[in-house]
Design a protein around this ligand. Structure first.
Ligand SMILES: Cc1cc2nc3c(=O)[nH]c(=O)nc-3n(C[C@H](O)[C@H](O)[C@H](O)COP(=O)(O)OP(=O)(O)OC[C@H]3O[C@@H](n4cnc5c(N)ncnc54)[C@H](O)[C@@H]3O)c2cc1C
Length: 341
């Protein structure tokens, strides 16, 4: 039986740490709960919002007039256990970071670079989470989702998900339509480590580690992340607030003539991914604080709630940053965080 609760306090379900209430809330623990939910009065009457752990959302109002569908489906099982490859099925409500740790402890490689990313497994496909040169899609096999429009369960393979940079069809074309129930990932017993990105190699050489394993990589990545990113349990934030803009080569060349120090990386399609953190820093926002809101002093891309800010204040601050980057560089930064009203 599902229980629809009223006036539910969401402070524990948004990493900005906002004092937000939802008029209606339900926790979904198994697939069958969803058929029951579709027949409920609350589902028919109110708009709905799917939620995992709330580490990539910004509620801009103190009161969300609608139904929060919190996905709590547990379970990890092995569906294929080969000598080299293992396929694992994971419930959408499992904690991503704990799941990565479990795979690393079991000597299964592929997702160790995605260690310590907050959130649930079910939200990971939504924006194709990525870090340190690895994206969720690199190990993805398939997922099972519940279609809230038809009440049917559907399977999605890699192509149907249309994964892109911090993107998928679940974020763009069909937000809030499909509830991801479980995900299948392929992991490797003979994994090729990815150490090119960031300071991984520097840390390995400082340790004198010439034969690292997957546990070394996840440990080093956790250390780097903890030194750079604010811990949401201490300072409210949702990680990178904006995406890195991707520019056409002609646009990029024009910009580079004007700003020769611009930080960028060529992407696989011949376009240029520009560092949004650099743009924000150049526009004077790194470490800047107004009232209870600011951009973090160590990572200009992270919008922070220093304590007591409202969602409206955070949103306004982010829009001011966006405006001044547009004025200075002519680039409109796109939020990576899902803005909920
Ligand atoms: C400190 C910090 C560091 C971060 N670092 C990174 C990083 O390195 N790389 C990165 O990619 N992200 C990063 N993030 C963002 C965040 O961790 C991810 O986006 C994560 O996947 C969000 O998971 P969640 O369960 O909290 O999702 P939520 O914030 O609850 O939801 C995010 C979106 O997913 C949808 N959603 C959630 N669950 C489901 C489901 N089961 N089915 C369908 N839709 C669903 C929601 O409707 C919402 O639109 C970081 C965030 C923080 C706070």
């Amino acid at each position: 039986m599902i229980e629809i609760q009223r006036n539910f306090y969401l402070k524990g379900l948004n990493t900005f740490g906002l004092d937000v209430f939802a008029s209606h809330y339900v926790c979904i623990r198994k697939q069958e709960d969803l058929s029951e939910l579709l027949e409920s009065d609350a589902f028919g009457e109110f708009k709905h919002q799917i939620l995992g752990l709330g580490s990539n959302v910004l509620f801009i109002n103190d009161y969300f007039e609608g139904l929060v569908i919190h996905i709590c489906i547990p379970g990890i099982s092995v569906v294929e256990n080969g000598p080299e490859r293992v396929i694992v099925e994971v419930g959408a409500g499992e904690n991503w970071s704990d799941f990565v740790d479990k795979m690393v402890e079991n000597g299964l490689g592929g997702i160790e670079n995605l260690a310590l990313i907050p959130g649930t497994v079910g939200a990971a496909p939504l924006q194709n989470i990525g870090a340190y040169g690895v994206e969720f899609k690199d190990n993805f096999v398939s997922l099972k989702a519940f279609d809230l429009q038809t009440g049917k369960t559907v399977s999605f393979g890699p192509e149907e998900c249309e994964f892109g940079y911090r993107n998928s069809i679940f974020k763009t074309s069909h937000p809030n339509r499909f509830i991801i129930l479980s995900v299948r990932l392929k992991l490797s017993r003979k994994h090729q480590l990815k150490t090119d990105y960031g300071d991984i190699k520097k840390h390995l050489s400082e340790e004198g580690n010439t034969h690292p394993g997957i546990s070394d990589i996840s440990r080093i990545i956790k250390k780097i992340r903890q030194s750079k990113l604010p811990d949401p349990s201490k300072i409210g934030n949702a990680g990178s607030f904006f995406k890195n803009p991707i520019l056409h080569p002609l646009v990029f060349e024009g910009l580079r003539r004007e700003f020769p120090d611009i930080v960028s990386y060529p992407d696989e399609n011949g376009f240029f991914k520009v560092s949004a953190a650099w743009l924000i820093e150049q526009a004077g926002w790194k470490g800047k604080r107004i009232g209870n809101v600011g951009m973090h002093e160590k990572q200009a891309l992270v919008l922070v709630n220093h304590g007591g800010a409202t969602g409206g204040e955070l949103h306004q601050f982010a829009m001011n940053v966006q405006y001044s980057v547009k004025q200075k560089f002519g680039i409109l930064l796109e939020p990576e965080v899902n803005i909920l009203s």
